[in-house]
Design a protein around this ligand. Structure first.
Ligand SMILES: NC(=O)c1ccc[n+]([C@@H]2O[C@H](COP(=O)([O-])OP(=O)(O)OC[C@H]3O[C@@H](n4cnc5c(N)ncnc54)[C@H](O)[C@@H]3O)[C@@H](O)[C@H]2O)c1
Length: 377
């Protein structure tokens, strides 16, 4: 196993809470350099996370001979301008989402990946959440079967309807505007672009068909519903609210297909009804920092909330896959396993996120065509 020499560029909230500790803890990685426009932040991160050096100019990271992998955790103010020369200098890049704000910049990154043969992994980390991977495994298993006989079943002798073969998927995102950082209020594309790319990525990753239409209703700044139709008739609904309570579980995923219902609650619990050979309920560990809430699953979450958080305001961290996503990418660089999120798929996600904005602003459904999700070889 080769230890990849890593640099982290953009050492703000996400890098300090996720990427820097994850590199530090990963035996496949070695933190060589940190870089931030703010010298005080760069130096503080160098000391806290044990990097050999701190930089303020990302061009020095691109040109360095002792760096194999760059983690880019700035906002979209820095994407193609950094990623393309980094690839040309032989580096691999893990970039935070969104990949880039417009099609031209995204395609320039795709072309650089193809030209240099160096990989980019996009930080759609929920693909690597253990509970999400289990949700997807069960959903795949459900495609080839039918749910066990129900307690009420009047279908004997009835012709099956074409609609009965569809996949209905709901993603509910409970957010609290009181927790949002300042930049969200001035960002032109807002939450519907910057945050929804996570959920649009999952919609494309979980649906076997291609998207054909989106309708976004509500304000792009928050409190909206996205409805995606796929070419096999499947519908995915993403419901985002900014007027929920921060400490209520944020994410619920519920899929129904072939009379099988599968749910994933907040990355800590997976439930299903209809798959005969699978467990009805599984629980998944909290994030490593939440050692103080030992009882697993949703019941455990609410017991922890009742016993502690209501009084002491501690966040119950859940495992959204950040560490595993990076580990899968480092493993891929070692020649073992796939890149967990190559760049082509992220182009489709961002294109569709832009169509969501268009739909919300027009108040009309907007077509999605192959040029949104297919890039010629
Ligand atoms: N995957 C996730 O779960 C997740 C969660 C939160 C944020 N994000 C993404 O991570 C990115 C960063 O978000 P954040 O909340 O950490 O932001 P932040 O504002 O806290 O940090 C960004 C940092 O980048 C630095 N920076 C900006 N331009 C730079 C440049 N040219 N060179 C070097 N440093 C530069 C800033 O000084 C700042 O310290 C965003 O793209 C956001 O969408 C992802």
């Amino acid at each position: 196993m080769k230890r990849q020499r890593v640099a982290v560029v953009g050492c703000g909230m996400l890098a300090q809470s996720v990427h820097l500790p994850n590199v530090q803890a990963n035996p496949r990685g070695e933190l060589v350099a940190v870089c931030d426009l703010d010298p005080a932040i760069a130096e503080a991160c160098r000391q806290t996370f044990g990097a050999a050096r701190a930089e303020t100019d990302w061009q020095r990271i691109v040109a360095a001979d002792d760096i194999d992998v760059c983690i880019l955790a700035t906002h979209t103010n820095l994407r193609g301008a950094f990623i393309i020369p980094a690839l040309e200098h032989g580096k691999a890049v893990y970039t935070e989402k969104p990949l880039a704000p417009d099609r031209a910049e995204m395609l320039a990154i795709v072309q650089a990946v193809r030209r240099t043969g160096r990989p980019v992994c996009v930080g759609h980390n929920r693909r690597s959440s253990p509970a999400m991977l289990e949700f997807r495994r069960l959903l795949t298993a459900a495609q080839g079967t039918t749910g066990w006989p129900a307690s009420v079943d009047r279908s004997a002798g009835r012709e099956s309807l074409p609609e009965e073969r569809g996949l209905q998927l709901l993603m509910r995102v409970n957010d609290d505007i009181r927790s949002w950082k300042e930049w969200i209020f001035t960002d032109d594309a807002g939450i519907m672009f910057a945050e929804m790319v996570h959920f649009l990525d999952l919609a494309l990753w979980l649906n076997p068909g291609h998207p054909v239409r989106v309708f976004a209703d509500g304000s792009p700044r928050g409190n909206f519903t996205l409805l995606l139709r796929f070419d096999d008739g499947a519908l995915t609904t993403i419901q985002q609210t900014m007027v929920g309570h921060f400490d209520y579980p944020k994410e619920l995923y519920e899929a129904a297909t072939h009379n099988i219902t599968i749910a994933m609650d907040h990355h800590i619990e997976v439930r299903q009804c209809g798959l005969a050979d699978e467990p009805l309920l599984q629980t998944f560990p909290y994030a490593a920092v939440t050692t103080w809430a030992p009882e697993p699953g949703m019941t455990g979450y609410f017991h922890a909330l009742d016993a502690d958080l209501r009084h002491a305001a501690r966040t119950i961290g859940v495992e959204k896959g950040h560490a595993r996503h990076l580990d899968r990418f480092l493993t891929h660089l070692d020649g073992l396993g796939e890149n967990p999120c190559p760049v082509d798929g992220a182009v489709a996600v961002n294109r569709i996120a832009l169509k969501c904005l268009e739909s919300a602003r027009l108040g009309l459904p907007v077509a999605i065509t192959p040029e949104d999700w297919h890039i010629p070889a």
